[in-house]
Write a protein that binds this ligand. Structure first.
Ligand SMILES: [Zn+2]
Length: 308
């Protein structure tokens, strides 16, 4: 991104003084663990896009959206799209989109992909950390904001086709249910449940430095704290800017923060399963993300001035 576009972007936002200390989100730990456990069960067969296991994941997430009380655009949470990758064509892939209405102008889009890589050589790749954990975090955030009304409308989007080239995020942005230019922020969760150092990375402030103060306000928890980084171009593979669905937002100049843990030995292995997640780190990590969404919701403003 050029410096000029950066300036234009920053011109679109301004921050109000902080409205006090960030609240520490308390979330329903048992529900969170149940969600990740169900979504990473063998019966879902690794949730590869276009498979029956992926459909089961869709059904579960829609059931939870409904339970939580998310609204839908149209008569279903589903946003269908055709997924085409080198390996596979899926005629009807599905993102799942729910929202909670706010009064202020501008939208916050919270995302997590629910697909994973399926079954390989007879082994189920359960994808507990990648990314049943992010979907659990998304559901926890939705429950939280249902009870604590947000100022902005928040969209909760469970994305398909991430593992096949960030295709669900691309489809969502090609066909957003709200005006794309009024999306203030994407918060993407991908791998939240496994880190032995108690560190959850927040990546993106190199590109969007105006978001840094909100992240710095998020108070550490006993088992998890935020660390900023993994977004410098000179970091090569350790620059995570292009590595999950937030990239599709970034490409369209929509600010993002990506939350995720560093790679671990279970990454994209059949051992990425429920029994190997860190059950004390995960709820704390998810609550850090929700704290940030809350701060961003309270403080971001959409400027009415048009882009030059
Ligand atoms: Zn992932």
């Amino acid at each position: 991104m050029t410096t000029i576009t950066k300036h234009l972007l920053l011109g679109l936002f301004f921050a109000l003084p902080f409205t006090g200390i960030a609240q520490k989100t308390v979330l329903q730990k048992e529900q969170l663990l149940q969600d990740i456990k169900i979504l990473s069960a063998d019966s879902l067969e690794g949730r590869l896009s276009g498979t029956p296991g992926n459909k089961l994941a869709q059904e579960y997430i829609q059931k939870r959206f409904k339970q939580i009380g998310l609204q839908s655009y149209g008569d279903s949470y589903k946003q269908h799209f055709k997924l085409e990758s080198k390996r596979v064509v899926v005629e009807q892939a599905s993102n799942l989109v729910g929202y909670i209405l706010g009064k202020k102008e501008g939208f916050i889009v919270v995302t997590a992909h629910y697909d994973h890589v399926g079954v390989r050589e007879g082994e189920v790749y359960n994808g507990a950390d990648d990314n049943a954990s992010g979907v659990g975090g998304l559901l926890a955030a939705a429950s939280y904001f249902k009870k604590h009304k947000p100022k902005h409308t928040i969209l909760f989007v469970a994305l398909d086709g991430e593992e096949l080239g960030l295709q669900g995020a691309n489809a969502f942005l090609e066909n957003t249910p709200v005006p794309k230019e009024r999306i203030l922020l994407n918060v993407n969760m991908d791998m939240l449940s496994l880190n032995n150092k108690g560190e959850l990375y927040a990546s993106g402030t190199y590109h969007y430095p105006f978001l840094r103060p909100y992240l710095e306000q998020v108070a550490p928890r006993p088992q998890a704290k935020l660390v900023l980084g993994h977004d410098l171009p000179e970091q090569g593979h350790d620059d995570w800017t292009g590595q999950s669905d937030h990239y599709q937002f970034h490409k369209r100049q929509i600010p993002f923060v990506y939350f995720g843990v560093e790679d671990h030995p279970h990454y994209h292995k059949p051992t990425d399963e429920y029994q190997n997640i860190n059950a004390s780190f995960y709820p704390d990590a998810a609550s850090l993300v929700i704290d940030f969404v809350q701060l961003a919701d309270q403080n971001l403003e959409h400027s009415r001035q048009k882009k030059q």
